[in-house]
Design a protein around this ligand. Structure first.
Ligand code: ZN
Length: 321
């Protein structure tokens, strides 16, 4: 269906955010190049099927315009669901003081926290423990239910990068992670959706830098549950739909596990690269409209770098082969 590798982007223009594809030079507006006025978004591309994909491929042969980093919107901005894998790299599980999982640990984020791949991310005034998580993002193309691992690739549209920015004190204050994983403006995603046919994603280098210093460096081949397995697992309990995002987990080197911990503060710049896929880069800014005081002060005086997972021992399956 997808054919030749395409690099799709959501570009902010005076006419709104519009679907573009990387051309022979710059980026080409897919709707304008094809004459199909509906093709202004990734959702429209997914809905348009083979004909729409052909329009995108044709547009990619044209000459485009340069795009400034600030003009890249989130490559997916309103996914129906964002399914995240907690602890999908062995060293990251170990640095957090827990056993290497034998069963996928899934949590969810909502589209509300998404920002563009070069937009500012916002440090909440009610936290001093903002952390980064560089990850490869999978974007579903056709989706479905009970997708076997050996057919998973045909359900995927492509790949992007994301930073699963985590507010650790809010994450650790309870056993459910939702509150620490969904603050506004904490999920940059992009810069492009890279279709998969010509990129073997099984073994790509992934690197995160904070203010230019490498803090995470690993390879996608080190995932505990690889991408086909994740698609198979997730589609076992829920229908995957076009545009859904899977955050495939972060390697070791996150801020909370460092000695001393490395928390993000205003002015810091986080950059994530995945070989062959791209780079996202976001500056941290302090929240300006937060309350001065709040009834809700998680872990006041406690150490949020200590992982608190009281249910883990009971939830651990005895053995699996
Ligand atoms: Zn994560």
């Amino acid at each position: 269906m997808k054919g030749k590798l395409l690099r799709l982007a959501a570009v902010r223009t005076p006419e709104g955010t519009r679907l573009h594809v990387r051309g022979k030079s710059g980026y080409v507006d897919v709707a304008k190049a094809s004459g199909d006025d509906a093709l202004v978004s990734l959702d429209a591309l997914f809905a348009g099927g083979d004909e729409a994909w052909q329009h995108a491929r044709d547009a990619a042969t044209g000459e485009g315009v340069p795009v400034e980093p600030k003009d890249f919107g989130p490559v997916v901005d309103k996914p129906g669901k964002i399914l995240c894998v907690g602890r999908n790299y062995r060293e990251h599980a170990l640095e957090g003081g827990v056993d290497v999982p034998t069963w996928p640990e899934i949590f969810v984020r909502f589209a509300e926290s998404i920002v563009g791949p070069f937009d500012d991310i916002v440090k909440p005034s009610l936290s001093e423990k903002m952390d980064y998580e560089g990850e490869l993002a999978v974007v579903i193309g056709t989706g479905g239910r009970y997708i076997p691992a050996d057919r998973a690739m045909s359900a995927i549209a492509g790949y992007a990068l994301l930073n699963d920015v985590s507010i650790r004190d809010w994450q650790r204050a309870a056993t459910q992670w939702t509150a620490g994983k969904n603050w506004d403006a904490t999920l940059p995603i992009g810069p492009e959706l890279v279709t998969t046919d010509e990129v073997d994603i099984a073994d790509l280098g992934l690197e995160t830098r904070v203010n230019g210093t490498v803090v995470q460096s690993s390879r996608t081949s080190k995932m505990i549950f690889d991408i086909p397995s994740l698609v198979e697992f997730l589609s076992t309990f829920i229908t995957l739909r076009p545009g859904d995002v899977i955050a495939t987990g972060t390697p070791s080197g996150v801020g909370f596990a460092r000695k001393p911990p490395l928390w993000l503060g205003s002015g810091d710049v986080v950059e994530i690269r995945v070989e062959g896929i791209g780079t996202i880069r976001n500056r941290v800014v302090a929240e300006t409209n937060g309350p001065d005081t709040s009834r809700w002060q998680p872990l006041a005086g406690k150490d949020a770098s200590v992982v608190q997972t009281p249910f883990r021992a009971a939830a651990q399956p005895a053995s699996r082969s």
